[in-house]
Write a protein that binds this ligand. Sequence first.
Ligand SMILES: Cc1cc2nc3c(=O)[nH]c(=O)nc-3n(C[C@H](O)[C@H](O)[C@H](O)COP(=O)(O)OP(=O)(O)OC[C@H]3O[C@@H](n4cnc5c(N)ncnc54)[C@H](O)[C@@H]3O)c2cc1C
Length: 317
Amino acid sequence: MAGTAKILVFIDSPDGPLHKVQRELLTLAGTLGEPAAAVSSPPDEALLAELAGYGAATVYQPAAQLEDSLVAPNAAFLANVVREAAPAAVLLENSYEGKETAARLGIKLSSGVVTDAIAVAPDLSVTKSVLAGAYTVVAKVTTGTPLITVKANSIEAAAGTGTGMPVVVEVDPGEPGPAARVTERSAKPASGRPDLGEARVVVAGGRGVNGDFGPIEELADALGGAVGASRAATDAGWIDHSAQVGQTGKTVSPQLYISAGISGAIQQKAGMQTAQVIVAVNKDADSPVFEIADFGVVGDLFQVLPQAAGEIRKRKG
Ligand SMILES: Cc1cc2nc3c(=O)[nH]c(=O)nc-3n(C[C@H](O)[C@H](O)[C@H](O)COP(=O)(O)OP(=O)(O)OC[C@H]3O[C@@H](n4cnc5c(N)ncnc54)[C@H](O)[C@@H]3O)c2cc1C
């Protein structure tokens, strides 16, 4: 199958250049077959060129603008693209929207869905980390077209050797059916930091920060990372709920996760255990967080973090 079958990547909201996670999906598609892209609105020349760079020979766009609803129009459009393109698999982002789109698409196409993928093999078997990271399982879709949502940072994005502009195919957007309509949008205040779900580095604080996220933010900025938090910290109102990492928060898979003042409860682990390197800073040497940490510092985060940030800034010159 590898090298010939079409692997369709869904590119939602192509506003400007491809997002990091979209580049990762296209790179992954290239390892599985011939990448193709389905974009939720017509791409401009720059985006087409970027898609070509990732080897997408065909780009499917809606023949008419998709309704400004939540995910339902995406799923209706994608179902028609899958019928037209007959891909071997569809790759989507592992965001809430991506997972819901995959679920709706699965119903429309009677196809199996696998979420939270951390790797996809050439035979389309999917590796995922489950039960709060306690088990790694391999799953394979046996019905219909495999619909796979892939966690950010699971693969290093690398542009391929693709040249030449892709062929653009217009596809009937289909009928979304009942859907929630967007009535108002307001931009999220820009923090200047990377998105938590996509960041290569996450510095997260817990109850141990005692209301002061300053040292967490300082270290995150020194490393160009995102700020995360335990539920204890978000529930206390010290930081927005969107920063929560864990079972009922975001699932992150960065290359480096620095946990500071967090005890490492199972619900927190569920959201960060697949990080490649975990560094824990905790003043209690018996804290369970040290059981999952690759490196641990027993100490007061208010002393350790500013020293680390200062040293990193010094080395960066
Ligand atoms: C259904 C359910 C869902 C949940 N979902 C989530 C979730 O998504 N995410 C999540 O995080 N939790 C979740 N929880 C809560 C979880 O069980 C824990 O209560 C929570 O993670 C604890 O947060 P914490 O580690 O910050 O606080 P604590 O457990 O109180 O730990 C604070 C740690 O900080 C250390 N510390 C204190 N001061 C300092 C200092 N100055 N320097 C260094 N270390 C210091 C302490 O030694 C301690 O280890 C959920 C719970 C339930 C029941």
